[in-house]
Design a protein around this ligand. Structure first.
Ligand code: C5P
Length: 208
């Protein structure tokens, strides 16, 4: 079994960028577990299947190929929304968590990021980070990302979406988003990407 780094946090807190940088710096495998929920949701949408049938969604979750997850194809906003809806279903979570756990054991080490990595998927990970930022800062980051791509963005609508997603992820009964008791909190509201990476590296180096 390799060294495990668990990174959790709400949408747009910067955990994706941080996870990729950490994995690269240590030569570890990286899994963005949000993509597994997104791939399941996209498969349902593409097949014209309902998002609220747990048995059907479970079957789709069992067929997700962790090696074939394409961030560009899965990044659409509608897929993220659908993902957070199917992520409330225990049978979907069980299927995806099993696949995520077997990924997490790869040598020489892994970085998994998501909502329940430190609490459910890898509760024994020696390093757990909970990356957060205020809802306003996260909405501004989303807004600026969209504008940078040359598209139109409405800050108030994005802020409302960030809040809705937070409420759903933190309020669900199965594996709600919350920091593990032994997680290191990293509030990136006023931190640059470089500063967040340096803070994470100091924590990881102390545990290696
Ligand atoms: O992180 P991302 O926005 O890609 O995740 C999409 C949705 O998948 C989240 O809003 C959340 O509901 C769900 N998710 C989850 N558990 C994870 C990762 C993502 O429930 N470990």
């Amino acid at each position: 079994m390799g060294f495990m780094i668990a990174i959790d946090g709400p949408a747009a807190a910067g955990k994706g960028t941080l996870s990729r940088q950490v994995a690269e710096a240590y030569g570890f495998h990286h899994l963005d577990t949000g993509l597994t929920y997104r791939a399941t949701a996209k498969a349902l949408l593409d097949a014209g299947l309902p998002l609220d049938d747990e048995k059907v969604a479970e079957k789709m979750a069992q067929e997700v190929d962790l090696m074939g997850l394409d961030r560009d194809i899965l990044s659409a906003h509608a897929i993220g929304e659908a993902a957070s809806r199917i992520a409330v279903m225990p049978a979907v979570r069980r299927a995806l968590v099993e696949a995520q756990r077997s990924f997490s054991r790869k040598e020489p080490g892994t970085v998994l990021d998501g909502r329940d990595i430190g609490t459910v998927v890898c509760p024994d990970a020696p390093v757990k980070l909970y990356v957060t930022a205020s809802a306003e800062v996260r909405a501004h980051r989303r807004h600026d990302e969209i504008v940078a791509k040359g598209a139109e963005a409405d800050y108030d609508a994005i802020f409302a979406e960030v809040k809705t997603r937070d409420d759903r992820d933190m309020g669900r009964a199965d594996s709600p988003l919350k920091p593990a008791p032994d997680a290191h909190l990293l509030d990136t509201s006023e931190m640059s990407i470089e500063a967040a990476f340096r803070a994470a590296k100091a924590i990881i180096d102390a545990a290696l």
